[in-house]
Design a protein around this ligand. Structure first.
Ligand code: SAM
Length: 296
């Protein structure tokens, strides 16, 4: 437990997908006048250096956000991608790309004064960094950081007083149990607050629990009579290969997905335009592809 640090992965292809979806959802949800409550059950450190040691060691942003802006299509970016690139640019100065915002900062940048954000983070170092980063915003009582288990901690806040909320569930899946806990958390949340919007990120890797995430969430949404949207981005083959010495080479994360319950009705059309461009810009081999489905 706790060997996962998002700083190694910030700005990778999974973050690109997750944050494009998150931004598009929030753009829609922050249009209404009623207060919005946002819950980030697994917040991370909030801000990351793309030119720091963690990012340089893993070079994951080089195959994600940095590749996206380097591989600009000849046609203009789709609206959701353009919005995302401009949002990241807002955290950087002078045309450099040294800072990458995590979900807490993406969310906070869109909130109005009446809205509230609750951030759950368990890692001691990341909680400390997140607290220091958020303190710079002078966001006051709008943002609360809870050093608590996000799976459990969410319960006490649902339903929110304004009856409008977005829950982002983005665990590290460091322990196998996380897969079942995601399902339990969303099932419980849907009972407490069936009209909330729920967005779950999951890795697409060769293990049954990972494949079950969207399947089980789809069953839950259908049973509850709620609308849903499922989107995934594959950038490369997931098969293990062997190097010249016969050693097994793990491919790194080949694909990931987002499953949403009660998504904005505008989201599918935005992703229909954006996903082919993401495949083109971030694809690493002929297995690069996307899926986009909705129902309910
Ligand atoms: N949502 C962040 C973003 O998009 O920028 C990235 C989050 S990262 C994938 C997952 C985070 O969850 C890690 O920082 C990890 O320390 C934290 N974490 C792991 N288990 C947790 C739990 N049970 N409750 C809250 N946070 C947890």
């Amino acid at each position: 437990m706790f060997s996962y640090r998002h700083a190694f992965h910030a700005g990778n292809h999974a973050d690109v997908l997750k944050h494009i979806v998150l931004l598009a959802v929030l753009r829609y949800m922050t249009q209404k006048d009623t207060a919005l409550n946002v819950f980030d059950s697994h917040a991370g450190a909030g801000l990351y250096r793309l030119d720091g040691d963690y990012a340089k060691t893993s070079a994951e942003a080089a195959e994600g956000f940095l590749k996206l802006i380097a591989n600009k299509p000849t046609e203009p970016f789709a609206a959701a991608i353009q919005d995302y690139v401009e949002m990241v640019a807002g955290f950087n100065q002078g045309g450099t790309w040294s800072v990458y915002p995590g979900s807490p900062f993406i969310i906070q940048s869109l909130l109005h004064g009446r809205d509230k954000l609750k951030l759950f983070e368990l890692h001691p170092t990341d909680t400390k960094t997140l607290t220091a980063n958020i303190a710079q915003l002078e966001a006051g009582r709008q943002v609360a950081i809870l050093r608590e288990d996000g799976f459990e901690g969410l319960k006490k806040f649902l339903p929110p007083p304004s009856r409008r909320a977005l829950v982002l569930c983005d665990p590290s899946y460091e322990v196998k149990h996380d897969y079942a806990r995601v399902q339990a958390m969303i099932t419980d949340a849907m009972l407490r607050f069936p009209t909330g919007t729920y967005a779950v990120w999951y890795p697409i890797i060769p293990r049954p629990e990972a494949h079950d995430v969207p399947k089980k969430l789809k069953t839950l949404a259908n049973k509850s009579g709620k609308s849903w949207l499922s989107v995934s981005l594959t950038v490369k083959n997931s098969k293990l290969t062997q190097d010249a010495e016969g050693e097994v080479v793990r491919p790194g994360l080949p694909a990931s997905g987002m499953f949403l319950i009660n998504p904005p009705h505008t989201l599918k059309a935005l992703l229909k335009d954006a996903m082919p461009q993401l495949v083109k810009a971030l694809g690493q081999d002929q297995h690069a592809a996307f899926t986009l489905e909705s129902g309910g």
